[in-house]
Design a protein around this ligand. Structure first.
Ligand code: PGA
Length: 256
């Protein structure tokens, strides 16, 4: 089981296929010296094929920012697991806050997507996190429990070997506001204990939980030092290959 810290780039609706390919070419060179961390890149679906041309055979993983649970059919605008794997993807993000809050993704669909992705050999980066109102109302634990319970309801404990949870407080995504270390430690501890409740016998210590929300090189060391943080899911700061690799180097230095 891979337990290396993960440094993941979520490009959202940014970068043409050509720009993605240029980034991939550069990261291949730069990543040679950044050992012990696993890089993952999530381009827009249109960019997957181009980055696969560069990254196939390398240790740098990549995949989709979302997928549909069906094998194929009349689902305009969607992509399937087999389309992702045909481009060499090894991972997929499910449940990103923008899918939940901007596009109204439903919990039942998320549960299906996660089960389908795992069954078909894709690692799932499962995003969860509370809104500011929910935090202010002291509902963070309840929200994380509800999201994990609903989204993972189709899984047995052993399925979780190929899941990476990304804790991303909604109020920290793209805002420049970063969660305080104490909030990060607390939330990551909650996620582990909720999963231990849901899946007795699961070794939650091995589960990787990423932090996401305004991560950049200037705050990466402090955030990575937080207990229970096993890497990052990075939006804005992942668009620049030097900045993204710098975050990887910081984690590489922290793990010695
Ligand atoms: P951000 O995005 O790093 O720009 O806050 C993180 C994410 O949405 O995954």
């Amino acid at each position: 089981m891979d337990t290396r810290p993960i440094i993941a780039a979520n490009w959202k609706m940014n970068k043409t296929p050509q720009e993605g390919q240029e980034f991939a070419t550069k990261i291949i060179e730069k990543a040679v010296d950044i050992t012990g961390v696993k890089f993952l890149i999530f381009p827009a679906a249109t960019g997957l094929f181009n980055i696969s041309e560069v990254l196939k055979g390398s240790d740098i993983g990549y995949g989709g920012q979302n997928m549909h649970q069906a094998e194929g059919g009349a689902f305009t605008g969607e992509i399937s697991h087999s389309m992702l794997t045909a481009c060499g993807s090894d991972s997929v993000i499910i449940g990103h806050s923008e899918r939940r809050h901007v596009f109204g993704e439903k919990a039942g669909d998320r549960a299906e997507k996660i089960a389908t992705a795992l069954t078909n050999g894709l690692q799932v980066v499962h995003c969860i996190g509370e809104t500011l109102d929910e935090r202010k109302a002291n509902r963070t634990e309840a929200v994380l429990r509800e999201q994990l319970t609903q989204d993972l309801c189709k899984l047995e404990g052993y399925d979780l070997a190929n899941i990476v949870v990304a804790y991303e407080p909604v109020w920290a995504i793209g805002t420049g506001v970063v969660a305080e270390p104490s909030q990060v430690v607390e939330a990551h501890g909650m996620v582990r204990s909720i999963l231990a409740d849901l899946y007795s016998g699961l070794d939650v210590s091995k589960l990787r939980i990423l932090y996401g929300g305004s991560v950049k090189s200037a705050n990466a060391a402090e955030l990575y030092a937080c207990e229970g943080v096993n890497g990052f899911l990075i939006g804005g700061a992942s668009l620049d290959v030097d900045e993204f690799c710098k975050i990887g180097s910081i984690v590489h230095n922290e793990i010695g």
